[in-house]
Design a protein around this ligand. Structure first.
Ligand code: DC
Length: 228
């Protein structure tokens, strides 16, 4: 198979990064965390002290730094920011970056450039199956109950020594869903040909197995030992 792109889209805290990483490991390929790209640009702009609502100023910040993403880290000018981009302040501000069509266009270009050098990869985000890679071979759309997603986010924050109350996290998850679903460019929505996977009540292993089942079904060539 010359190219196989597996897109995993879904709302905040639906478990996309964790399962995308595990699916990529199982397939022996790389994965792209596009949320990290939006977060990294947000952090660079916050550090530069510019108005995040001004897309021209954001594009100038993007032009004046180098951004690097690989499976495990995000970097701005060689400085690792993988932890810093998960700070709740960055999470709160990312909607300004995610809502601007010109900035989204620039990031989608970077994602497509990644595809030129990686024949098989898993990519996760909000618009990967709809906008960035409408011809992807496998499209997955993850969903999960908002309270369960807020609980997962709380566990993640607590593991990093941060605390927040569950009610405000449920509110934040719902707000982010609304802002992701309502933007005009690259809104959060399932591609018409996506396979839906509801992760409510499932373990990570369970979700990974379901997704690998869809990949096996749509791209048997990725499992050569089974088709030989
Ligand atoms: O998946 P995440 O929480 O790391 O994403 C951070 C933000 O980036 C999220 O609020 C929506 C935005 N995003 C986006 O608009 N499009 C993508 N492809 C990925 C993320």
């Amino acid at each position: 198979m010359s190219q196989a792109i597996i897109t995993i889209d879904g709302p905040a805290a639906s478990g996309k990064s964790t399962v995308a990483k595990r699916v990529a490991q199982a397939l022996g390929c790389v994965f792209l965390d596009t949320g990290a790209m939006y977060r990294t640009v947000t952090l660079a702009c916050m550090t530069a002290g510019i108005d995040l609502r001004d897309p021209e100023a954001v594009l100038r910040v993007m032009d004046s730094h180098t951004f690097e993403f690989d499976q495990v880290s995000a970097k701005i000018d060689d400085q690792t920011v993988s932890e810093a981009i998960r700070d709740p302040k960055v999470t709160d501000h990312v909607k300004f970056i995610a809502g601007a069509p010109t900035i989204r266009g620039r990031l989608v270009e970077m994602q497509r450039r990644f595809a030129e050098t990686h024949p098989v990869f898993v990519t996760e985000g909000r618009d990967q199956g709809t906008v960035a890679f409408p011809n992807a071979q496998v499209k997955i759309f993850l969903t999960a109950d908002p309270v369960e997603r807020a609980k997962r986010r709380l566990a993640e924050l607590q593991a990093r020594g941060l605390d927040q109350d569950l009610d405000s996290l449920v509110q934040a998850v719902n707000d982010r869903d609304r802002s992701d679903e309502q933007r005009d460019t690259g809104p959060l929505k399932a591609a018409h040909d996506a396979r839906l996977v509801d992760t409510t009540g499932l373990t990570v292993d369970g979700v990974v197995d379901l997704i690998l089942g869809h990949v096996r079904d749509l791209c048997p060539a990725l499992f050569p030992s089974e088709t030989a």
